[in-house]
Design a binder for this molecule. Structure first.
Ligand code: SAH
Length: 216
C-alpha cells in the first residue's frame, strides 16, 4: 500500500474555502489565480496557503484567505464596478478585487506599505489598481463615488461621509467594533431612501487609525 500523501497546500486552500461556504465560482477561481505567496513576507511563503492572517511590515497584517474570499463574495462585484478599498496592506485583497471589477482605488496610511503594494501589483500585472497614500477617513472628493466600498481595518462606526460615497444600490462592507477585540462585518446597501444594514460574521482586524502615519 502506498503511503497516504497530504494534498498539496494549494488544493487544501481551495477545499477549505469551499468547505467554509464560499460558493461563487468566479471568486473561487480568482482566489486560486492570485499568488498569495507574492504578498507575504519571504519568511512566511511556506505558510501562504494556510488559512491564517500573517504579519506584514509596519505592524500590520495580510488578512486570512477565508475572510478575503468572504468579503469579496458579499460585494457581488460586476465587471464595470469602481471599487474603493480602505487599508491596502500587502495589496492582496486589492489584487483579488481587481480581477472581478473594472477599477480599484486602494488607500493606505503607511507610505512603506503603499509603495511596496504599488510596486508589487504593477510587477504582477494588476494594472487596474491605483494605490494611494492617504487616510480612508478622508477620501479626496476628486476620487468620486464608488459602486462598492470595502474597509479592511476595524472601524468603531461607519462614518456617514464614507457611506455617502456609495452610488445608488452600492454596497459597503466593513468590520465594525472595538479597536482591539472582535468586530462584526457589516454590509450596508444604499437604497433609494437610505441605507439597509446587515450584520454578517465576527472577525478580527487591525484598527483603522486616522491620518497618514507619521512613521514610514
Ligand atoms: N487588505 C490588506 C490587509 C489590511 S490590514 C491586505 O490584503 O493585505 C489593514 C491596513 O489598513 C493596514 O495596512 C493599515 O495601515 C491600514 N489602515 C488603517 N487605518 C487606515 C486609514 N485611516 N486609511 C488607510 N489605511 C488605513
Amino acid at each position: 500500500m502506498p503511503e497516504p500523501q497530504n494534498p498539496p497546500p494549494k488544493m487544501m486552500f481551495q477545499l477549505n474555502l469551499r468547505r467554509r461556504g464560499i460558493s461563487d465560482q468566479a471568486v473561487l477561481r480568482t482566489m486560486e489565480d492570485v499568488p498569495r505567496e507574492a504578498f507575504v513576507a519571504p519568511a512566511d511563503r511556506t505558510d501562504a496557503y494556510r488559512d491564517m492572517a500573517l504579519g506584514i511590515d509596519c505592524g500590520q497584517t495580510i488578512s486570512q484567505p477565508f475572510v478575503v474570499a468572504y468579503m469579496t463574495e458579499r460585494l457581488n462585484l460586476q465587471k464595470f464596478h469602481r471599487v474603493l478599498e480602505i487599508g491596502t496592506g500587502s495589496g492582496y485583497q486589492a489584487a483579488v478585487l481587481s480581477r472581478l471589477c473594472g477599477h480599484v482605488l486602494t488607500i493606505e496610511r503607511y507610505r512603506t506599505l503603499a509603495d511596496q503594494a504599488r510596486a508589487r501589483l504593477a510587477r504582477l500585472g494588476y494594472d487596474n489598481v491605483e494605490v494611494m497614500l492617504g487616510d480612508g477617513f478622508d477620501v479626496p472628493e476628486a476620487a468620486g463615488n464608488f459602486d462598492r466600498i470595502i474597509v479592511t481595518a476595524a472601524m468603531e462606526e461607519i462614518p456617514d461621509a464614507l457611506a455617502r460615497r456609495l452610488e445608488p444600490e452600492g454596497i459597503l462592507i466593513a468590520p465594525v467594533g472595538p479597536r482591539h477585540g472582535v468586530q462584526t462585518l457589516i454590509r450596508l446597501l444604499r437604497t433609494e431612501t437610505g441605507f439597509e444594514r446587515k450584520s454578517l460574521v465576527d472577525v478580527r482586524f487591525v484598527p483603522a487609525l486616522p491620518g497618514i502615519a507619521r512613521e514610514l
